[in-house]
Design a protein around this ligand. Sequence first.
Ligand SMILES: NC(=O)C1=CN([C@@H]2O[C@H](COP(=O)(O)OP(=O)(O)OC[C@H]3O[C@@H](n4cnc5c(N)ncnc54)[C@H](O)[C@@H]3O)[C@@H](O)[C@H]2O)C=CC1
Ligand SMILES: O=C(O)[C@@H]1CCC=N1
Length: 277
Amino acid sequence: MIPCKLAFIGGGNMARSLIGGLIANGMPAEDIHVADKHAATLESLNRQYPVQTFTSNQHAIEGADVIIIAVKPQQLQEVVKALHSSWQEKQLLISIAAGIRIEDISRWLNKPQTAIVRAMPNTPALVEAGATALFANEYVNHQQHELAESILRACGLAIWLNEEKHMDAVTAVSGSGPAYFFLVMEAMENAAIELGLPPETARLLCLETAFGAAKMALESGESASTLRKQVTSPGGTTERAIHELEDGGLHGLFENALVAAALRARELANELGQDHA
Ligand SMILES: NC(=O)C1=CN([C@@H]2O[C@H](COP(=O)(O)OP(=O)(O)OC[C@H]3O[C@@H](n4cnc5c(N)ncnc54)[C@H](O)[C@@H]3O)[C@@H](O)[C@H]2O)C=CC1
Ligand SMILES: O=C(O)[C@@H]1CCC=N1
């Protein structure tokens, strides 16, 4: 990882996942500043990681090369506007907020030539198994480009997008995606308990199966469809189960869910920034 001084504004769930991934990857905790308006959030973070904590956002960004804004989209405008007077020209801003467009962030900061990267990470960053898509504005120089990539790559996969508009689809797929898989795990675990398995056995079998399926899909080079067919013996047990899932409209449900999430990202941008509808 490229050495740098990093400041987080907002020390909630996503910041904590990124911080955990960065520290596990060798980033010195003293190079990480974290600001949050809730002292209790900072205390609980500090119990886990010896990062430098601040209740002033302005103090937290002093001397930082990169500032990751990790507050809710609804809080972004107020937070960014208040950074105007402390912002240094050479600093790189990374926003991880769902929906909010770079041009709105730049307008709120009121420093039109600021280098801004929009990133959409996900919580498995905590265990260095995250997936992040990135998009840079025209003011991000080569070194800042490398730096942003190195920070997010320390937490897992990092891929650049050519068009900012694809960020809403990314948010629907990989930003929100861990929740869909956790929901499937919950549903399978409950069904396994209903079938009579002891809860701990049900939990372990479901989680290892999810992990094994994802690892195999990543490492085998085969498509998910081929791997599914390898499990599905004609006239066997899997076929019956898949029939139930498809009869219940699983494909359509996922299509609707992802469209709804992407539309919500666009809605957030239009509600909170300038309307592009
Ligand atoms: N949770 C997730 O899986 C993902 C979240 N995101 C994005 O990350 C951002 C943060 O989301 P979460 O971590 O889930 O939310 P969160 O609510 O857990 O964390 C936000 C933190 O910001 C702090 N905060 C609020 N106002 C502040 C202010 N004025 N100054 C300093 N700190 C302030 C809050 O006290 C809180 O600790 C959102 O914009 C979300 O769209 C992106 C990808 C995945
Ligand atoms: O639910 C949300 O709005 C955020 C963005 C992606 C994951 N969590």
